[in-house]
Ligand binder design. Sequence first.
Ligand SMILES: Cc1cc2nc3c(=O)[nH]c(=O)nc-3n(C[C@H](O)[C@H](O)[C@H](O)COP(=O)(O)O)c2cc1C
Length: 329
Amino acid sequence: MWKIGNVEIDNRVVLAPMAGICNSAYRKIVKEMGCGLIYAEMVSDKAICYDNKKTIDMLYMEDVERPIAQQIFGSDVDSFVEAAKYIEKEMRPDIIDINMGCPVPKVALRAQAGSALLKNPSKVKEIVKAVVNAVKCPVTVKIRSGWDSNHINAVEIAKICEEAGASAITVHGRTRSQGYSGKADWNIIRDVKNSVKIPVIGNGDVTSPEKAKEMLDFTGCDAVMIGRAALGNPWLIRNTVLYLEGKPYMLPTTNDKIDMCIKHLKMLSDLKSEKQAVLEIRSHVGWYLKGVKGSNDIKNKIYKMTKICDILQVLEEFKEELYEEEKCL
Ligand SMILES: Cc1cc2nc3c(=O)[nH]c(=O)nc-3n(C[C@H](O)[C@H](O)[C@H](O)COP(=O)(O)O)c2cc1C
């Protein structure tokens, strides 16, 4: 058990915020796998202030997902404060997180938000202080190692965030200019951990339970945040929790993967319009069935489908096919 502010967290495995993915459906799946802390996908401060319906809908959360952090991105102190207050009142997340890592041009270049804030330490201080003062729940900040290889300043930024009242910091060991390429630098996570007293969550390239332990041991960080490797593989969360407890773990079977596609689609259909659920499940089916023998045809069929019932039927038939094949062996 560890804590962020007054929020108690059962284990050291954290789900990364991932835009377009970490909605309530996916989060509940990951929570069932025993995830200690979940970060919801980022929302725009301005969109909240303008009462944008699509963004407000993104705040939907169920109590079973707790403890949960809601992430906000933006660049203007007043909008950040207004959005944080709204989110605390309406959604009641356990934690509010400030995004200082997003590299996409729309956010970092056009809006000067996300990772662009790393270039402006005084603004970092202003934003964190203002949000901390505006809400009662703990505030955390997610940063990258720096803007580019000539401007690695995660330690400086982390110290500023701590001084401004942040309750924890997540460090993704890549610069903005790296995007998602290259290797995450775990040295910078270790340096931040050695420079602040608040909990540090390490992030970047945790792809297996063993890697999670390696990161914890190498950096001394309080918890590991897992992103891309959990796409199509929520079992990684369960297995990492087990491995860190010194317990054995099992990889999912093909049957487990197809069943999870079906479950995920049904959960998405409860949350979204048919059109949106179909669009979203296409990517997830690709991830869940990656490397599964005979799945390419199934994926191609599903990519062309527009109805949930048709996709469910194809998945059920695929399961049946594999079952019959196994019986013949
Ligand atoms: C599809 C996708 C969406 C993401 N969206 C967000 C986001 O909304 N907020 C954020 O702070 N990071 C976001 N990230 C970055 C991840 O949270 C994480 O920092 C990054 O993927 C590195 O961790 P990993 O190596 O475990 O994937 C996103 C990453 C991906 C792949």
